[in-house]
Design a binder for this molecule. Structure first.
Ligand code: IPM
Ligand code: MN
Length: 361
């Protein structure tokens, strides 16, 4: 298969992790006889520095004309500490999601057996945890009207959702549940928020009409945050709005042992985008300590998106092998760690090794 992949490294550790994903995808292309073409473009703080715009037109055009987007990370502390900044790196990612119509962000979370003891959570509570979070990505408070009063004493972010926006992501979540544990948990704050009540009503009606075989339940987000830690095994598919999904997915990463392992796919229209759930981790940039696995597993999701399942599996198996052998960056392997690029090299060599039966079977 021929795939044109737009590569947007972004900020902080973005460039170094994405480089490992390109390395691994190239190994997959060689082994399985595909043609993957990579083209890079700037986004985020890197793009502001260069062109004054966190999402330059050329970057957006490249993404629209590609088959998929591989995204690194975004964010720079010099903007975080400047509340009056007019342009921010994050605007680049938000605009890109909106422009590409990426209304659903899919974030799988599972506990790797080899890492169970590294999680701060009790092993018996997390062993076997396996869920996927469907986070709405182009609506809600992230995209509502924003304003600050002239005297600077009041600010407002509007949270809005429509039935259409809720239904389209809910359908994807229910479809996923069909192939998994047949359970969807809607996380909301329906005891307080009008938008949450619309989510409950819409999702309940949809479930009754189109997905009667799926078990639907509801949790308020505060309780969900606690349940995520107390008993994550109760979850199969979590469906939630934009900001709640952002928050609980970072929390869920504790189950997996490191946020550096969590992959995601953002889908909706034609071109999908694949990005780790973690941020730009500026303190680690250039030090070779960032975990590339979240980005590499996002690349596996990219392959799955095109039905290249054996190819994706070769990446997943190689990652499992690296974890089992402790070929890991310091977030996981404190004492004897491998660098970002050495982890990439290891995965590349496992995938390229045609004698490797673990990958073959
Ligand atoms: C994420 C990030 C982004 C978000 C930021 C960088 C805008 O935290 O992808 O989870 O809040 O969506
Ligand atoms: Mn986030």
């Amino acid at each position: 298969m021929k795939l044109n992949i737009a590569v947007l490294p972004g900020d902080g550790i973005g460039p170094e992790i994405v480089q490992q994903s390109v390395k691994v995808l190239t190994a997959v292309a060689d082994r399985f006889d595909h043609d993957f073409y990579f083209e890079e473009a700037v986004v985020g703080a890197a793009a502001i520095d260069l062109l004054g715009n966190p999402l330059p037109d050329a970057t957006l055009e490249l993404c629209k004309n590609s088959d998929a987007v591989l995204f690194g990370a975004i964010g720079d502390p010099k903007y975080d500490n400047d509340p009056s900044a007019k342009v921010r790196p994050e605007q680049g990612l938000l605009k890109l999601r909106k422009e590409l119509g990426l209304f659903a962000n899919i974030r799988p979370v599972k506990a790797y057996d080899a890492l169970i003891d590294r999680s701060p959570l009790k092993a018996e509570n997390i062993k076997g945890a396996d869920m996927v979070i469907f986070r709405e990505l182009t609506g809600g408070i992230y995209f509502g009207e924003k304003s600050t009063s002239k005297d600077g004493q009041t600010a407002s972010d509007l949270c809005t959702y429509s039935v259409t926006e809720i239904e389209r992501i809910a359908r994807l979540a229910f479809e996923a549940a069909k192939t998994r544990g047949k359970k969807v948990t809607l996380v909301d704050k329906a005891n307080v928020l009008e938008t949450s009540r619309l989510w409950r009503k819409t999702v309940t009606t949809l479930a009754e009409k189109e997905f009667p075989e799926i078990d639907l339940d509801f949790l308020f987000v505060d309780n969900a945050a606690m349940q995520m830690i107390l008993n994550p095994k109760q979850f199969d598919v979590i469906l939630t709005e934009n900001m709640f999904g952002d928050i609980i997915s970072d929390e869920a990463s504790v189950i997996g042992g490191s946020i550096g392992l969590l992959e995601s796919a953002s889908v909706g229209a034609e071109v999908a985008l694949f990005e780790p759930i973690h941020g730009s981790y500026p303190q680690a940039a250039g030090k070779g300590i960032a975990n590339p696995v979240a980005s590499i597993l996002s690349a596996a999701m990219l392959l799955e998106n095109f039905g290249l399942n054996a190819e994706a599996l070769s990446i997943r198996k190689a990652v499992e092998m690296s974890i089992a052998l402790n070929v890991c960056t310091p977030d996981i392997n404190k004492d004897n760690h491998y660098s970002t690029s050495k982890v990439g090299d290891f995965l590349e060599s496992v995938i390229s090794d045609t004698e490797n039966h673990m990958i073959n079977n």
